[in-house]
Design a protein around this ligand. Sequence first.
Ligand SMILES: [Zn+2]
Length: 502
Amino acid sequence: MYNFPMPYPDELLYSTVARAGVRMGITSPKELLEEVFGDKMVVATPDLPGHLRAIARHYPKSAELSVETLAYRHTLFPLYAPFVQEERRQRCLSLLACNTRGKTHLSLGVAASRIKPPSVLRVCPGCVGEQIARYGEPYWRRDWQILGANSCSLHGKLVGTRSPRYGIHRHSFDALTPALFPHEGQKNCSKEDLRLGRRIRDLLDMRARPSPSYDQWSQFYSALASDQGCAAGRHMVHSLILEKILAAWSNQWLKDVGLPVANSPSCWLRALFQKHRKSISYLEHLIVLEAFLQAEWRIQNVVRQVARLPKTKPAAKLTAFQRPHITPDIQDKRQMWQFYLKRYGVKNGRRLGGGAAYASLYRHDRDWLLQINKRYRAGIRRRVSRVDWDCRDRELFEKLRDIQRAQPMGLDSPRHSKRWYLAQIGRMTSIVKHLDKLPLTSAFLAACSEDIEAYQIRRIRVAIHAVMESGLPLKRWRILRVAGLNEIRLKTSARNFLNEVD
Ligand SMILES: [Zn+2]
């Protein structure tokens, strides 16, 4: 019996097995498999290896390296565990214990994922140097093999090696040696890589715990969107979610990790905020959580919080407004349409995202739809008309002044009464009815319209002017005759005015 090496911190079991081969001086892959697993057909899998029970057997009980501990500390299992349902998490752990035959990859959604992991094993040359200084040998760390964690926070970008992740020699475990990778300087890592790397590190450090259900995750994201103003009722507003994501991450970086976002029905973001039906990748969860939670957050706390949510969603309470025939779906569509209606009005609301809700309501809930649209239109009209009076008042005032300026003040010109001014403008009744809303107009009419006395005085003034121009003596009777007025009908102030001329 040889001494099987203890795994180093964060060492992949793949790496520990490779080191065991080096230690035993075994160069034939099959021989190593036979020695370690007692099975020549074991596939060398770096991320989610099986046969953990066979490996655990090599360690004394005191090392406390159970299948579960090995899976959580020395494989990439923690990246997936919180996002599959508990029953599946348990099943995957049992699969990892024996011969998984690729079933774990299928079960955790790794095989079907749109995000493809790097094709070769990667290293941080800086860390390799430190490993050699500290332990006398280098080893493959698991956090170098994760898509999205493309940098080491201390040394910079990770570097691809010549060791394929899934090679032709699927039965050989390659020990890490400095000869496997180039030794030029490491590139600096991007801010995004660093931020995400921290979150992935947190996720890797999670200890075994029961997973929340898909329903609990759905509830969590639904509440998250509501809290951050990205939901209309129970409906997510994708454009607002998109804005939040793009404020936190550049689209180029999202493209680089295989998760570009767009305002399209197939965008991966939508699935996260809809009812979860299958596991969603750790990368999608972390990208969204980082954008939405921003401040100091820990994935451990999020998972704990999600697990405390009700296991099954309570049925939506019926409010007085809802009638029994209104299904939750219709209710959702109503809330969604109201959201767009209030923001953009009927026409633009349909164009700017509310079209589907509108069409569905038109088919299934037409009375309600037409009523709410009408109510909203009436609201708009009232608001617009208030603005109209101010504007109208200014317009009328300007018009009245133009009329006043254009109108000759001669003897041919009739009395410029209030009625006369209003008749010049037209729509007399509507103005008279609303004079209280037209302060400029009514002030003009009060100051500038002629009552009978003012009219008589104007005529007398014009007549005096005409008589003086004709060179005839300025006599009272002559002025009255030219003015077309008679002594009996003369008003007091006009008479006084005439007396002053005499
Ligand atoms: Zn490093």
